[in-house]
Design a protein around this ligand. Structure first.
Ligand SMILES: [Zn+2]
Length: 178
């Protein structure tokens, strides 16, 4: 039952970019990928010229960057703390987001059953309107169903979050042990 409910919601919340990407033909996808590669190259070229990859002398050469950071009194501790902070954010943003959504009444779907299947539409929390001191929570969906409970759909972390977390942890360790 839960599966049917989350199915309709997940489809709705599937990222607009993914839906757009799936709608492209094979040739279009190849062309877009090629253009993005070219764009990245064009963006990277001036960075390379400025020495970011360490192959040329320049303002962004890692050795020069290190000196500049040293002059700004940025110590290893700060760099390590920065990466540890990034690591924690990458791992915990979804909990914070889910908690905020839950409190604000977002990401909820209707639990009333329509012809034996859960309705599954987006539903909104109604202001409690009970008798003196009694606050009853109710949810109303697009079709007008009013229910006492709603199904909450938490956001799950994706590949990007785990990649950022792994890279931050690796950077923190590299700075710590170098
Ligand atoms: Zn409903």
């Amino acid at each position: 039952m839960n599966q049917t409910v989350s199915f309709s919601y997940d489809r709705e919340s599937e990222s607009a970019f993914r839906r757009w990407w799936k709608g492209r033909s094979f040739i279009q996808q190849r062309t877009i990928r090629f253009c993005v590669s070219m764009l990245v190259m064009v963006l990277c070229f001036p960075l390379h010229e400025m020495g970011l990859f360490g192959t040329r002398p320049g303002p962004l050469n890692p050795a020069h960057l290190g000196q500049a950071l040293g002059a700004m009194h940025v110590q290893e501790v700060h760099v390590v703390l920065f990466f540890i902070g990034l690591f924690i954010i990458a791992l915990s943003w979804s909990w914070v987001y889910n908690l905020a959504s839950l409190i604000a009444g977002g990401r909820l779907t209707c639990t009333s059953s329509v012809e034996g299947r859960p309705c599954g539409q987006r539903t909104w929390r109604q202001a409690g309107s009970g008798k003196a001191g009694l606050k009853a929570t109710a949810y109303r969906c697009r079709s007008g169903h009013v229910t006492a409970e709603a199904h909450f759909h938490p956001v799950r972390k994706g590949r990007v979050s785990y990649t950022v977390a792994a890279i931050s942890a690796a950077c923190a360790l590299i700075v710590l042990f170098s």
